[in-house]
Design a binder for this molecule. Structure first.
Ligand code: NAP
Length: 374
């Protein structure tokens, strides 16, 4: 999903720079021991460019790598049609892994897993040998992930779990109990924009880069099998090689860094208070997630990252749950559930004031003049 111009339509037209980017990265990946490529129908040109690179440009032996793709078809018929198109685009006759893309709500658990529905069709394709393993990807809340796992229809899950977001640990444990594959998505970017980590974090990890340390943190959990990095250049491979040998448990230096980072939660008087029970609130805010971003800002100097995530609430959608902490939303909170020692109103007011960035409006008549929307 990170290849140059990959998000531009039309999906079948591949600019030279996109193809070259993919060719170079896949070549480097194979040479550096990477044997798992992941794409999705939703990443516009990605499947087409991968199909050409793997089969026409580099002619990589199909049995030497695992291929995962994703899709979110709504019916059984649509599922078969989509998977057949994806096989053609990726120039293969089977997928090692196919994930229903984005089971982010309980409604989507129901819709994808209903009798005669999309996941059932994927499982038929598994019996036919077209797909080897059926799983799902998710950005959803913990309860939704657990519900999806508990359908017992899936063999693997793609989810967010990193040092700076450990909320899904219970889902990782549940997946382990069910002997599922656990695949971590976006460890460097959604994991805290670790490629531009603040000095405070870097100082706590003198022996490695924050990216390397977080990868080792994830891999030290025996329930986690795969990390998916969105590498875009040579230097990324050099950095990622620095995570090995990953050790279980973490080595002394890694442990020391973890201890220092764990202590930082006390740099703010409220950051250590667990508020996950406030997840379902009439205000429609995802209060625990807002407080989590606040903690990253207050304790770890991850202000830019918190702003980057907060901005995503602009258009309510199931990929990023909740709404902005506006005064109107704060007034709707069910305060009876809020611990008495937590000044939640003040905290959320400050979160909105600090993290909200007004959208920039361009004046089409005078492009040089930019006004800030209210
Ligand atoms: N909807 C979903 O289910 C969903 C959402 C997110 C991700 N994912 C999956 O997870 C995969 C990885 O996500 P991601 O692309 O966000 O990965 P990531 O590795 O967390 O972030 C990639 C970005 O980090 C930067 N970076 C800096 N140092 C790096 C290093 N050493 N290695 C890798 N990247 C480095 C790169 O920035 P520059 O390009 O600026 O150099 C790149 O844009 C995606 O391919 C996608 O399939 C899925």
């Amino acid at each position: 999903m990170r290849f140059k111009k990959v998000w531009d339509n039309p999906r079948q037209e591949i600019p030279h720079e996109t193809q070259d980017h993919c060719n170079n990265l896949v070549d480097l990946a194979i040479k550096n021991g990477i044997n798992h490529f992941e794409t999705a129908y939703g990443y516009i040109k990605s499947e087409t460019v991968f199909g050409r690179t793997l089969n026409d440009e580099l002619k990589i032996d199909r049995s030497s790598y695992h291929l995962m793709t994703k899709g979110n078809p709504q019916t059984a018929e649509e599922t078969r049609k989509l998977v057949e198109e994806q096989l053609k685009t990726l120039k293969t006759d089977y997928f090692d892994f196919y994930a229903w893309h984005g089971i982010n709500t309980d409604e989507l658990v129901q819709a994808s897993c209903k009798t005669g529905g999309p996941v059932e069709e994927l499982l038929k394709m598994k019996e036919e040998g077209i797909i080897q393993h059926v799983g799902f990807s998710t950005h959803g809340p913990l309860g939704v992930i657990q519900n999806a796992i508990n359908t017992d229809l899936f063999e693997f899950v793609n989810l967010h779990y990193y040092y700076f977001y450990q909320r899904n640990e219970a889902a990782v444990k549940l997946a382990q109990k069910k002997d599922m594959g656990v695949f971590i998505i976006s460890p460097n970017d959604k994991g805290g924009q670790l490629y531009k980590a603040p000095e405070k974090i870097k100082k706590a990890i003198p022996h490695a880069t924050p990216i390397q340390w977080n990868a080792r943190f994830c891999l030290s959990n025996p329930a986690i099998h795969t990390l998916s990095f969105g590498m875009t250049e040579m230097a990324h491979f050099e950095e990622m090689k620095g995570i090995f040998p990953s050790s279980i448990p973490l080595n002394d230096n890694d442990q020391k860094a973890k201890y220092k980072l764990d202590q930082m939660v006390h740099d703010d008087p409220y950051a250590a208070i667990d508020s996950w029970h406030l997840e379902e609130d009439p205000s429609d805010m995802d209060i625990p997630l807002l407080l989590h971003w606040r903690k990253l800002w207050k304790c770890y100097d991850l202000l830019d990252f918190a702003k980057y995530r907060y901005k995503e609430l602009k258009t309510p959608n199931h990929w990023v749950p909740g709404v902005f902490a506006t005064p109107e939303a704060i007034d709707k909170i069910d305060f009876s559930k809020v611990p008495s020692d937590l000044p939640l109103r003040e905290m959320l007011t400050e979160v909105h004031k600090t993290l909200y960035q007004p959208p920039v409006e361009f004046n089409l008549l005078n492009p040089k003049k930019i006004t800030l929307a209210k």
